[in-house]
Design a protein around this ligand. Structure first.
Ligand SMILES: C[S@@+](CC[C@H](N)C(=O)[O-])C[C@H]1O[C@@H](n2cnc3c(N)ncnc32)[C@H](O)[C@@H]1O
Length: 246
């Protein structure tokens, strides 16, 4: 990760937890981990879930963005986790896990099928024979427009240190590649300073994802459409495969 992104820029990483997150994924993953002795949290970001999983078990959190890991390390409980600065497409930890999770749509940061294949093969390589994997990716067939303007997304939020800030998001969806290019921006209303950086995420249809998972030697046991446990259907918001090694 050499380019400046919303995760690698420390000024932007500090705003990450301001974004509206549906943290039912945390509840779900904690339940799924209840019998696990070891968990690998790929694309762990600021480690909000990772530290919760570490209570009483061996947990590794991996992310390529040093700025996000910096926040993760300094969190209460951060010393209970083994943090690894690494890329989910290219890593080898020399150990296997009972559970591997990628939450917060980290999977969508693999922008090509080749990247997705690499990451899925690394998941298969790091799973114990009975281990489980789970991740989320937004369903491209969820109704509604993905392209958004500043005026559609503009809002005000309270930041712990900066006070009131304005945030917005400008996005453009490219249908042929299924890649959404977006810019997240945050304005410190007191100083007038704007922090922004561009980023991209990829959408993948469930049928294609299923093929990629099979090619990587992974077998899906359950497809959910929401972290609340609703089964997947064609117009679900999310695609959440839960499975094991084939
Ligand atoms: C939206 S955040 C999700 C963070 C965390 N899992 C959560 O749920 O809050 C996406 C994360 O994916 C990470 N990421 C991007 N490219 C990655 C890659 N190639 N390998 C692993 N993680 C990656 C980013 O650095 C960022 O921390």
């Amino acid at each position: 990760m050499n380019e400046r992104t919303i995760f690698t820029d420390p000024h932007l990483a500090q705003f990450y937890e301001l974004a509206p997150h549906d943290r039912t994924d945390h509840t779900f993953c904690k339940d799924l981990a209840s019998d696990a002795d070891s968990v690998l949290d790929l694309g762990c970001g600021t480690g909000e879930l990772t530290v919760q999983l570490a209570k009483g078990r061996h947990v590794v959190g991996l992310d390529p963005a040093a700025a996000m890991l910096e926040i993760a390390r300094s969190r209460p409980g951060g010393d209970q986790v083994t943090w690894v600065e690494g890329d989910a497409r290219h890593f080898e930890l020399g150990e296997t896990f009972d559970l591997i999770c990628l939450t917060g749509h980290s999977f969508q940061f693999f922008l090509t099928e080749e990247d997705q294949r690499l990451a899925l093969s690394k998941i298969a390589m790091h799973l114990k024979p009975t281990g489980q994997f789970v991740f989320d990716t937004r369903n491209p067939n969820f109704p509604g427009r993905k392209t958004r303007s500043k005026s559609e997304t503009l809002k005000r939020t309270q930041h712990e240190e900066l006070g009131e800030i304005e945030s917005w998001n400008i996005s453009h969806y490219d249908e042929p590649t299924q890649v959404l290019s977006f810019t997240n921006a945050y304005k410190d209303l007191e100083s007038g300073q704007v922090f922004s950086a561009p980023s991209q995420i990829k959408y993948t249809a469930k049928e294609r994802l299923d093929q990629l998972l099979q090619e990587a030697g992974l077998r899906v046991e359950t497809w959910l459409g929401e972290w609340t446990g609703e089964p997947f259907h064609a117009a679900s918001r999310e695609i959440i495969p839960i499975g094991r090694k084939a």
